[in-house]
Write a protein that binds this ligand. Structure first.
Ligand SMILES: [Zn+2]
Length: 194
């Protein structure tokens, strides 16, 4: 590891960039930093499943940072608690991203009813999404087709707390990670455009 230094990017990004970690069974386990993932690869505890576009350079080595890795050892997972239905978890499920325009500028998100309450829409996982203030205002109390708006993905109840924890990390990884997340839970998980 001594020769490996991220010369083309600030070191702290190695700690903030996230990599999806799969169990030996290919089930998603958790998310770790790029730094941790590189250590797991170099120490032979994990294998590379998918690359990210990011590269780590040293004078002698060019190393592609992984997007997804898989542990060589099977890790028995603890039972996960039931998921609470609340705003915090809805935002986590949607990776803090407006489900209408895709905005993720760190601004406070609102919760929008896809089928408005005035039209009988219920307050359930399948009918609420994260929305930026602009989109929430634009949609108002209209159904989707009247507002000429579409959803990035169909809202559903997350299969587990584990899934929520993974999805909260990065909307930009959803496309790369979604096919692995399909293995988690009971088939309720969807990629953003599935
Ligand atoms: Zn929006």
């Amino acid at each position: 590891m001594g020769a490996l230094r991220p010369l083309d990017r600030p070191t702290h990004l190695m700690d903030t960039d996230k990599v999806l970690v799969l169990n030996n069974s290919f089930e998603p386990l958790h998310v770790c930093s790029s730094r941790r993932a590189v250590i797991l690869l170099f120490t032979g505890r994990a294998e590379r499943v998918e690359d990210s576009p990011r590269i780590l350079r040293s004078p002698s080595i060019v190393f592609v940072i992984p997007a997804v890795i898989r542990l060589h050892r099977y890790v028995k997972r603890p039972a996960t608690p039931a998921i609470s239905f609340n705003k915090k978890n809805i935002l986590k499920r949607d990776a803090y991203t407006c489900q209408y325009c895709g905005r993720n500028g760190g601004e406070p998100m609102t919760i929008d009813h896809v089928v408005p309450r005035s039209l009988g829409g219920r307050t359930v996982w399948e009918n609420v999404v994260s929305a930026c203030r602009d989109c929430n205002l634009r949609k108002g109390s209209k159904p989707l087709h009247e507002a000429s708006m579409t959803l990035l993905r169909r809202p559903s109840k997350p299969a587990s707390v584990l899934y929520l924890g993974i999805m909260a990390h990065s909307p930009y990884r959803v496309m790369t990670w979604s096919k692995y997340l399909l293995r988690e839970g009971r088939g309720e998980l969807r990629g953003p455009h599935a």
